[in-house]
Design a protein around this ligand. Structure first.
Ligand SMILES: Nc1ncnc2c1ncn2[C@@H]1O[C@H](COP(=O)(O)OP(=O)(O)OP(=O)(O)O)[C@@H](O)[C@H]1O
Ligand SMILES: [Mg+2]
Length: 455
């Protein structure tokens, strides 16, 4: 379908105040830059997940890509086309919002069909649009799409289906349009369906079935629960077979079971249709299981872009290390003694020799040691082990997590779910030296060894 390229994007909102202060009225209207230096390429057909804390700019970034918000600087490319100044309708992007944004006066059926009925119009509009360079336009022939070099790429199944629908809509005569509009509210047997209407009907019903909203097609949005509205919004985007899907936490209102099911459906569907997808979520499991790659954002900037396992195994900095993984990684301040020794007032750890080169430059200096909860194990008193006291026990059945007091810190530790633990119990923990992470205490960047050496 289409590669999406974000090139050095910035977004600044004008006239929004910072924190109130006594001098506030004396200062000029403030500007807030909420996105900085966003460089990201989402490959054709890729499923890219955006994660980051609330307010880091995820929704704003999606709104820039969709055209609902203007960029302050930079470039956005969808396929061969620079879309910076194109209105949303001409970008061939379907967005599922964090809030559902359904048409309140239309039934579920008509909400799903709405974008499809307008496809004919938008195809004509696009073909005649001066904003789209003629050779990069989306005008198609029956065999493919012409790209900016004038080469014809084969149509994907989704493109082919859209192309057929557009052709059927274009061939519809005025009386067919009138008749189908006039009979739309009548019972099924009395409705007039043109060939285009039949294609739309089939697509609406397939999508509705897939999302389990087929029993709700005649309802209005106000007659739906939050989770049902969310599925209609998702269905509306899916039905359109766009070049690009933008999804902003589309599953946040579903219950756990439906969420897992819908998650799998979205992934299957995305693989089937190959539609380039950018998906925003807060949910660790969604991010790790859905994304081909994940972009981790913080305070308007991308911190790291990598596959889920690469992020888990080799986080680029302390922020990513703390954000990916649940419960999060533990951090301890330790001192380096070359060649490969880490010292803390209460333990000394010897690292694998692969660390020696890197640690030479930190000899005698403090670094931040990162240990994931799953990389501790119960052990016996020894200089390399940590004496801890159990403060909280979270037994989930399949696994147990302990919060344990170590020195001034509270550490999260994963332990054997079959062994009982008591509050106040004293334990000794061993750290797996093959699995540790080190960070510079000032820049917070990860101190790395060649990835093939580690784990
Ligand atoms: N129209 C606007 N005017 C001024 N500031 C805005 C506007 N829209 C968003 N912001 C600010 O931009 C920042 C990023 O907001 P955004 O909605 O993109 O965050 P988010 O990562 O999607 O958060 P969440 O996970 O809570 O949805 C926030 O600080 C927000 O207050
Ligand atoms: Mg948001």
């Amino acid at each position: 379908m289409a590669q999406v390229v974000l090139e050095n994007l910035y977004k600044t909102f004008a006239g929004v105040g910072g924190p109130a202060s006594p001098d506030a009225e004396a200062t000029a209207p403030t500007e807030t830059t909420v996105l900085r230096r966003i460089d990201l390429t989402i490959q054709d057909g890729e499923f890219m997940v955006l994660v980051g804390p609330s307010g880091c700019g995820k929704s704003t970034l999606l709104r820039l890509i969709s055209g609902l918000e203007e960029i302050t600087a930079g470039n956005i490319w969808v396929g061969q086309q620079q879309v910076n100044t194109l209105p949303p309708k001409q970008r061939d992007i379907a967005m599922v919002f964090q809030s559902y944004a359904l048409y309140p006066h239309l039934t579920v059926y008509d909400n799903l069909a709405f974008g499809l009925r307008r496809m004919g119009a938008s195809a004509e509009f696009l073909a005649s649009s001066a904003a789209a360079p003629p050779d990069a336009s989306q005008a198609t022939d029956s065999s493919g799409v012409k790209d900016s070099l004038g080469q014809t790429a084969p149509l994907s199944a989704a493109d082919e289906a859209n192309h057929q629908l557009q052709a059927a809509l274009a061939q519809r005569s005025p009386w067919q349009t009138l008749l189908s509009g006039a009979t739309r509210r009548l019972p099924k047997g009395l409705r007039y369906l043109s060939p285009a209407d039949r294609m739309i009907d089939q697509r609406v019903r397939t999508v509705a079935q897939m999302l389990q909203i087929d029993a709700l097609l005649n309802r209005l949005p106000r007659q739906l629960s939050g989770g049902q509205k969310q599925r209609v919004a998702l269905g509306r985007a899916i039905a359109r077979n766009p070049q690009v899907f933008l999804m902003d936490e589309p599953l946040s209102n579903l219950d756990a079971k439906l969420r897992t099911e819908t998650r799998a459906q979205i992934v299957n569907l995305q693989h089937q249709l190959g539609i380039t997808t950018i998906y925003v979520t807060h949910d660790q499991i969604e991010a790790m299981t859905m994304g081909d790659r994940i972009a981790v954002m913080n305070q308007g900037q991308i911190q790291q872009v990598a596959t889920p396992l690469e992020l888990y195994r080799h986080p680029a900095n302390r922020f990513v290390a703390a954000f990916i993984g649940s419960p999060p990684m533990n951090f301890l301040s330790v001192q380096v003694s070359a060649p490969v020794r880490l010292s803390h007032a209460q333990f000394h750890l010897t690292l694998p020799a692969a660390w020696a080169q890197m640690m030479k430059s930190y000899d005698g200096q403090p670094v931040m040691l990162g240990v994931r909860p799953e990389h501790f194990s119960l052990s016996t008193p020894a200089p390399e082990n940590l004496p801890v006291t159990v403060r909280r026990v979270e037994a989930l059945g399949s696994e147990t997590y302990l919060a344990v007091q170590f020195d001034q810190d509270l550490l999260q530790v994963r332990v054997d779910p079959d062994r009982p633990f008591e509050i106040g119990e004293q334990l000794w923990l061993a750290i797996d030296p093959e699995k540790i992470h080190l960070f510079d205490p000032h820049s917070e960047s990860a101190l790395g060894i060649a990835s093939t050496d580690k784990k």
